[in-house]
Design a protein around this ligand. Sequence first.
Ligand code: KIV
Length: 271
Amino acid sequence: MASPPKTAPVTTRDFVGMKAAGRKIVVVSAYDALFGRLADEAGVDCVLVGDSVNQVMCGEPFTLSATLEQMIYHGRAARRGVSRALLVIDLPFLSYQVSREDAIRNAGRVMKETGASAVKLEGGAPMVDTVRALVDVGIPVMGHLGLTPQSVHALGGYRVQGREAEEARRLERDAASLEAAGAFSIVLELVPAALAGSISKARTVPTIGIGAGPGCDGQVLVLPDLLGLNDGFAPKFLKRYASLADEVRGAVGRFGDEVRRGAYPGAEHSF
Ligand code: KIV
């Protein structure tokens, strides 16, 4: 990483400060104490317990079936590993869309039961009052615009959003409204680079891009994706920084081979 991360715990205020200072924000989605700790030790600014856990770790086809209990379970686990990075937990589908009261109750449970510092929720204009209501009771909110996976069926698949002029203007308005409602940052997913760059320039709060080009104020990738563990997933925006799926298959294969040959355990592993 270019500049050394600060050692004190990262706060939502720091996010805005990092943008003002021109320092790129590094975010990974991770779901447990082990990988949360490794990401934290590597100096990321934020660990997001994304509802992508439902697909990446639980094998579900979509994020929609993720539950509040599931997010709290993974949030608590990640909390035990993450000590410096900002810990943000995704609010799952239908935990915040039905009513503002529901949203406060469910986001409040996430905060109380996981020890996270913020929640993330998806959507623009229809979610603005909910974001304001959460911020008003002291729950920091990260917004999420562009391809919002909880709306994948309504959007007709995992497609780049904002290619058409009208759609692009709507994304710009949504980003402005989320900022006005008090969101401390906004994820932009699968948005053309030029549009994401201009939205980022127009906003005071940082944008965190995924498939949204280099003009965003920070970048997020799902940790098992960037590690090459989730090797069945290969979208254009993903860069793999390791090939751990091959490592895992190789190591487990060697273990199996040694067990079958009677080479493991040896005397040095026995009592
Ligand atoms: O669920 C998730 O991990 C996310 C990030 C990819 C932004 O929403």
